[in-house]
Design a protein around this ligand. Structure first.
Ligand SMILES: [Zn+2]
Length: 226
């Protein structure tokens, strides 16, 4: 684990980013404070989600949960200045690095021409005994492979436990990330019914945003060799 001051400053010389993740709430668990900073500075950030997260609300039928989670994701994106959110409809909990998934990702890269792509950590474990989710590793590997197959030159990053770069953020960016995560109301409400959603979101974002010795806050991201 690096400290924020050991990490390089995240590049600033770009205009369009594409965030490609597996499920609703994936952008909020890790990147949303950085996204808020970028959109506030006039950059464009789009979200592309492989699934609608329909298996993610315990006790709710997937046919109902999918639309609920899509709507929560759209609201959550708006809070941090993201207006375009697309869902590819791959099955939650059974995402595979397939040619079909990569074809959709290549289509998105070709259409939108991002200079920066952000995706999910591909490593096996977040920490000893804390395995990564299969959907996340499959999706992350599909993104990296799709970038290679597309021939499009982008800088790619993942939100893993070993960041190489830091995006400095303000307290307002952190607060926007909290409100963004809190838009996943049904999801968080079922996950932990006894803790208010905003309180859950504040605790989660507090764990994810880095704090340097001088108190400055940042989001850590790891550069991917593509
Ligand atoms: Zn996820």
């Amino acid at each position: 684990m690096s400290t924020p001051t050991q990490q390089q400053t995240f590049p600033a010389d770009w205009q369009r980013a594409l965030v490609v993740v597996a499920h609703p709430d994936d952008p909020e668990y890790g990147m949303a404070a950085a996204v808020n900073r970028w959109t506030r500075e006039g950059k464009e950030v789009d979200y592309l989600l492989a699934s609608s997260g329909e298996a993610g609300i315990e006790g709710m039928d997937p046919s109902k949960a999918g639309p609920v989670r899509e709507e929560e994701q759209r609201r959550s994106a708006r809070v941090v200045g993201v207006s375009r959110v697309d869902f590819l409809g791959f099955p939650d909990s059974a995402i595979e690095n397939s040619a079909e998934l990569r074809r959709h990702i290549i289509d998105a890269l070709t259409e939108r021409r991002p200079q920066v792509v952000l995706t999910l950590y591909r490593g096996p474990e977040w920490a000893p005994g804390q395995p990564n989710q299969s959907d996340h590793t499959e999706l992350g590997n599909a993104v990296v492979q799709a970038i290679g197959e597309s021939g499009i030159s982008v800088q790619a990053f993942e939100n893993g436990p070993y960041p190489t770069h830091r995006v400095e953020v303000t307290e307002d960016d952190v607060e926007a990330a909290v409100r963004s995560l809190a838009e996943h109301q049904e999801y968080l409400g079922v996950l932990d019914p006894s803790t208010p959603v905003l309180e859950q979101a504040r605790a989660q974002v507090g764990l994810m945003v880095q704090t340097a010795d001088d108190g400055s806050r940042s989001v850590g991201l790891a550069k991917i060799d593509t």
